[in-house]
Design a protein around this ligand. Structure first.
Ligand code: PLP
Length: 417
């Protein structure tokens, strides 16, 4: 462990509320409560909403929160100010950017009659299934299917993506970090390959933003989306974010639009005219209490260098792998062994992984489970210590050695796993 980082992360841990004695290895699913979020949400309720009422939109700047919060996120994902907006959910933002990218490609084909129409959205089988559902829904609305010249969602294995990029593809739609194993796609390399043959890229950064340095600008990515409630600690169901490469901002036209993305929302024109900026990715009224929580949570990152977060995250995950492989030989590492090839989570396979995870949770070590057999553990240096990582491995050893998981109460599947 790099001792220089100890003091940095001792200080950031103080910024979170965490139950005493709990080892929280699930910040990749839902970040814990930042103390500042509790205070700020209270402040917005007690000092703004209660007394200002509707005036709060102007007097407390509620109306500008999507941009203000977006700018804070931009710093964490290597994007220029004004290119990121906090809004809606990741799923809804995916629908918007994918539809915008497809329309840009259709427009390009219409302007260049010599080029063949691009009808393929290329993705991989490691993508978060939700993203594939969103794409399927959109393509159906656009007219997909086996007949005619409709759109197609083409899925290949993650290792085959680079070779599958060709001139038939309109959009490359990928999640940078595999939600099951933490395996990373090379965003810069795949984006470069895509651009070489005229393909636009959409990157889902749900498990990347706040987990490791992300370089949206440098990588050339066209569009990106991500979650506010995982490594950004915005709270359950926090607003998500959407990135539009600045050169596309005035061209991208999402299929889902609304008055907040209008050039002049309060002119109440009968016709939609998109704002000339990334603001056009807004649809409806922002959820101010949820936005306030995310806004304050992002201040935790003030003065934190993501290179330090990455270094400590690798130290913690390497420590965990070493401990678990020594203490629990029956578990199979599902994540890439090379720390540079994975983001900030580690997964182990075990046929009874669900029951093992429930037994762990009952003993105050919280991770989660992904079907069919994957136990996931997230590493979040802002509030996780090396001692806790060692403790988690020891509890896991006990649960396995004494078969503590082998009990009906741990095998009953809850709605959320
Ligand atoms: C990679 C990825 N994309 C998208 C989503 C969906 O996010 P939401 O349900 O907030 O729209 C998730 C949620 O866990 C995710 O992990």
């Amino acid at each position: 462990m790099n001792p220089r980082l100890d003091a940095i992360f001792k200080a950031t841990r103080e910024l979170f509320e965490l139950p005493e004695g709990l080892v929280y290895l699930d910040g990749n699913s839902l970040g814990p409560l930042p103390k500042a979020s509790r205070e700020h949400v209270r402040h917005v309720i007690d000092e703004q909403w209660s007394s200002q009422l509707i005036k709060g939109w102007n007097d407390s700047g509620w109306i500008d929160l999507p941009q203000k919060v977006g700018d804070k996120i931009a710093k964490l994902v290597g994007a220029p100010a004004g290119s990121v907006i906090a809004t809606d959910s990741t799923s809804v933002n995916l629908f918007k950017v994918l539809s915008a990218a497809l329309e840009m490609q259709a427009h390009h084909t219409a302007q260049n009659p010599e080029s063949a129409a691009r009808r393929v959205v290329l993705s991989d089988t490691g993508n978060f299934p939700n993203d594939l559902y969103v794409a399927q829904g959109l393509l159906r609305a656009l007219g997909d299917g086996p007949h005619g010249d409709g759109y197609e969602l083409r899925m290949v294995e993650p290792e085959e993506v680079a070779d599958a990029i060709d001139e038939t593809v309109a959009v490359l739609m990928l999640t940078q970090t595999d939600y099951r194993t933490g395996r990373l796609h090379d965003m810069a390399d795949l984006t470069r390959r895509a651009h070489e043959v005229g393909v636009l890229t959409v990157w889902d950064l749900a498990h990347s933003a706040g987990a490791l340095p992300v370089h949206l600008d440098v990588s050339g990515a066209d569009f990106a989306i991500g979650c506010g409630y995982k490594y950004l600690n915005g709270g359950p169901g926090a607003p998500a974010f959407v990135y539009v490469r600045p050169e596309h901002a005035a061209k991208a036209r999402p299929a889902l639009v609304g008055w907040m993305g209008h050039e002049t929302p309060f002119a109440f024109d009968l016709d939609y005219r998109p704002a000339p900026t990334t603001d056009r990715m807004l649809v409806g009224t922002p959820p101010i209490l949820a936005m306030a929580s995310l806004d304050a949570a992002l201040d935790v990152w003030d003065g934190v260098d993501l290179a330090d977060v990455r270094e400590r995250s690798i130290e913690l995950s390497e420590l965990f792998i070493a401990e678990v492989e020594t203490l629990c030989p029956e578990l199979e590492l599902a994540s890439p062994r090379d720390p540079q090839a994975r983001a900030s989570q580690v997964s182990f396979r075990f046929p009874e992984g669900y029951a093992v995870m429930q037994a762990l949770i009952a003993r105050d070590v919280i991770g989660d489970f992904r079907a069919p057999d994957m136990m996931r553990f997230g590493f979040t240096p802002l509030y996780l210590t090396p001692e806790e990582v060692v403790r988690a491995a020891r509890v896991l050893e006990t649960v396995l050695r004494d078969k503590l998981w082998d009990s009906p109460e741990y095998k009953r599947k809850s709605k959320v796993t």
